[in-house]
Design a protein around this ligand. Structure first.
Ligand SMILES: Cc1ncc(COP(=O)(O)O)c(C=O)c1O
Length: 392
């Protein structure tokens, strides 16, 4: 987005705020599709940015939702339930009973307990349910291979249970193609074993590759080559069913910008400090460490450039940890200047300690490809959430 567009937005909307750019989002989906083999589907894990679920819904095959709250977000926007994959380790009976009989969603199975809950609910309501059995990668998520095999052996002919396939996600920011190759081989072999058991292949593999995002200016990650090699790995699989990639950050990170304004400037012990109206409660980059890594930042100012100096950009919380970036070289900085932090479309907005100090949440804007801008959320007060109900 060019600086003129940013300046215009800032003349109409107060900081701190997030802006998600629809044009960048659409281009990103097209780019990923152009790099993946034909027929590979995309499932958007809405935890990466719940505000974008409605915009991505027409662009992807599926939406993965991991909590009743995420379900409500999609339901209230009337997104098609046939796109939903209801996932997550904690599924309550109430939640499942309230949606399973009325929704064509697919449910993932994370444990034997969840399997029995889903089966029981299907039996009690007489409603069939489509299932993806999550294979564990050796942590608290998913089922062991033996558990999946035993579920299928025992229940494959149950008319209420539609076993669609396997879900697998082992973590995020995976840059090692060797590791991804090992994982795909393991899943492929397991799917072959299941085919032998069932006498037919499973319909689907929903695979979360945890595609990496290069968040920092000195990142050397070569995305194009990486995706070409990953596409080759998919093509080498023997599995003949549909493959859907469950993605969050790789889909949305590039379309987000966080704007925060300089509200104070000072020099303490020979160091320059700029205080901004946002902070680490509103902006968290994956892998940031002691504010030493430099995300792409644009400086929006009405002043002419002066001598470049290093600035420590600090937020508005009462903690010395509230530093967004250290030693950022800037050609003079003024109160009222705005810093635009880019690649902030995924998780940055939700992973902060947003209730600390009872500061307002930032506004959320969406810029459509035609340039019109919607306010998806105004600045929101958090102090009521930290105020006891009882009056003294
Ligand atoms: C099951 C599952 N699928 C997909 C994702 C999305 O991961 P990413 O945003 O790294 O693509 C996550 C993230 O935690 C996840 O837990």
């Amino acid at each position: 987005m060019d600086k003129a567009v940013m300046s215009h937005l800032l003349s109409e909307h107060a900081t701190p705020m997030y802006l998600f750019d629809g044009d960048a989002l659409q281009q990103r989906v097209s780019y990923l599709r152009s790099k993946l083999p034909q027929g590979v589907g995309l499932c958007y894990a809405i935890k990466a940015n719940p505000f974008l679920a409605g915009y991505l819904s027409p662009l992807v095959e599926r939406l993965e939702l991991c909590s009743p709250g995420e379900y409500r977000i999609c339901e209230e926007q009337n997104l098609p339930t046939s796109q939903f994959v209801v996932s997550g380790v904690y599924k309550t009976p109430d939640f499942i009973q309230n949606i399973l009989p009325y929704s064509p969603a697919i449910f993932t199975v994370e444990s034997m307990e969840q399997f029995h809950l889903l089966h029981r609910t299907a039996q009690e309501s007489g409603s069939p349910v489509a299932l993806l059995l999550r294979l564990t990668s050796g942590n608290q998520f998913g089922l062991e291979q033996e558990e999946i095999t035993s579920i299928l052996t025992q229940y494959q002919n149950d008319p209420l249970l539609h076993f669609k396939g396997i879900q697998y996600f082992s973590g995020t920011q995976k840059t090692s193609l060797k590791r991804l190759a090992r994982e795909l081989t393991k899943v492929d072999e397991f799917l072959q074993a299941l085919e032998a058991l069932l006498g037919h292949p499973m319909e689907e593999l929903e695979f979360g590759p945890g595609f990496p995002v290069g968040y920092y200016v000195d990142d050397t990650f070569q995305e194009g080559e990486f995706l070409d090699e990953f596409a080759q790995l998919l093509q080498n699989m023997t599995f003949s069913g549909t493959i859907t990639l469950e993605l969050g950050r790789s889909l949305v990170a590039h379309c987000g910008t966080y704007f925060t304004q300089v509200v104070d400037l000072k020099r303490n012990h020979k160091q320059n400090y700029a205080i901004v109206d946002g902070g680490i409660h509103q902006l968290v980059y994956y892998g940031q460490s002691m504010a030493m890594k430099l995300p792409p930042i644009r400086h929006i100012t009405k002043h002419s450039p002066g001598n470049e100096e290093p600035w420590n950009i600090c937020g508005s919380l009462c903690t010395i940890n509230d530093i967004l970036v250290k030693q950022l070289p800037l050609p003079s900085l003024h109160i009222g200047d705005v810093l635009a932090f880019e690649r902030a479309g995924a998780y940055c907005m939700t992973e902060g300690i947003s209730l600390f100090l009872s500061r307002d949440l930032p506004a959320i804007l969406y810029r459509h490809p035609d340039g019109t801008v919607d306010e998806l959320r105004p600045h929101l007060e958090t102090y009521p959430l930290n105020t006891p109900n009882q009056k003294k």
